[in-house]
Design a protein around this ligand. Structure first.
Ligand SMILES: NC(=O)c1ccc[n+]([C@@H]2O[C@H](COP(=O)([O-])OP(=O)(O)OC[C@H]3O[C@@H](n4cnc5c(N)ncnc54)[C@H](O)[C@@H]3O)[C@@H](O)[C@H]2O)c1
Length: 262
């Protein structure tokens, strides 16, 4: 039976070279991608050529490919040539300190979401509180309040505004940014305030019961500071306020279950 082919990236490194040996011992044909980048990262003492030479000497089933993994056409050609059954990816810059002093410069951002909401949410008790709360009102279900007397506050951002930010970031990306993503103070609401708002929209009173025990780790008040986001992307702002968002979620639930709408 033809042997299976493995492609391991970073085959001159600690884990990559062990992968070569381990898979070869199980009968795999092993292809290694490695460009001795560790010597570039850490100087001559990080040179991994000795390890690659050792593999070549000791492992007849090992085939070496000196390619930089960032060389996309080169990697694509290698995939076409080897057609691996499995890939183990260990090529990396592994030092925390070097990562801080020599970042790879990729345009990325991390969005620290607060309450993200909108008409397309499928809210349930354990996640998507506004969507679920509005559904409860519409269907006459009892909404359970967990602690804080129902005065816990969340800021809420409509999913449309989330995507408007993403569009702006992709059009003009920055490197390794982190942003708070939420509705901000102006788009905040407590559970009791949310009851009043939805009751005014639907004309139905909210059915609720109180559980005198907050959810574990639950915040009493969460408001996102959007200053940085707005400073970096001055064209972006919250466009969907709380009443609009409530209306949209309410209408969405009505469309999904028209027979239960009042
Ligand atoms: N060793 C640890 O203590 C440790 C701890 C946690 C996580 N890790 C992770 O495990 C993985 C393997 O770590 P390791 O200890 O074997 O690291 P290593 O430095 O020994 O091996 C990585 C290999 O990848 C090669 N490489 C780097 N950039 C390359 C590129 N652009 N093209 C081709 N080859 C390239 C390097 O030359 C090196 O031989 C890494 O993702 C690392 O972050 C390691």
């Amino acid at each position: 039976m033809a042997s299976r082919r493995l492609l391991v990236t970073g085959s001159g490194g600690l884990i990559g070279s062990e992968v070569v040996e381990g898979f070869a011992a199980e009968g795999w044909e092993v292809h290694g991608l490695e460009n001795n980048q560790r010597a570039d990262f850490f100087g001559p003492q990080g040179d991994t050529r000795w390890n690659v030479d050792r593999l070549r000497r000791e492992q007849p089933r090992y085939q070496h490919h000196s390619i930089d993994i960032r060389n996309r056409p080169g990697v694509m050609d290698l995939f076409r040539e080897v057609v691996p059954h499995a890939v183990v990816h260990t090529a990396a810059q592994p030092s925390h300190d070097l990562a801080a002093s020599r970042p790879f410069g990729l345009p990325t951002c991390c969005l620290r979401g607060g309450c993200l909401t909108g008409p397309n949410h499928t809210g349930v008790e354990l996640h998507g509180f506004l969507s679920y709360l509005i559904r409860c009102n519409l269907e006459g279900r009892t909404y359970r309040i967990f602690g804080y007397k129902g005065k816990q506050v969340r800021d809420n951002i409509h999913s449309r505004d989330v995507v408007q930010f993403m569009l702006r970031f992709v059009a003009s990306p920055r490197v390794a940014e982190v942003y708070n993503l939420g509705g901000g103070r102006a788009n905040s609401v407590s559970i009791l305030e949310a009851f009043d708002l939805i009751a005014a929209i639907s004309g139905k009173p909210m059915q609720s019961e109180y559980v005198d025990q907050p959810r574990q780790g639950d915040h009493q008040c969460y408001l996102s500071d959007l200053t940085k986001m707005k400073a970096h992307y001055s064209g972006w702002t919250i466009t969907k306020d709380i009443p609009t968002t409530f209306q949209e979620i309410y209408q969405s639930w009505r469309k999904r279950a028209p027979d239960r709408a009042g």
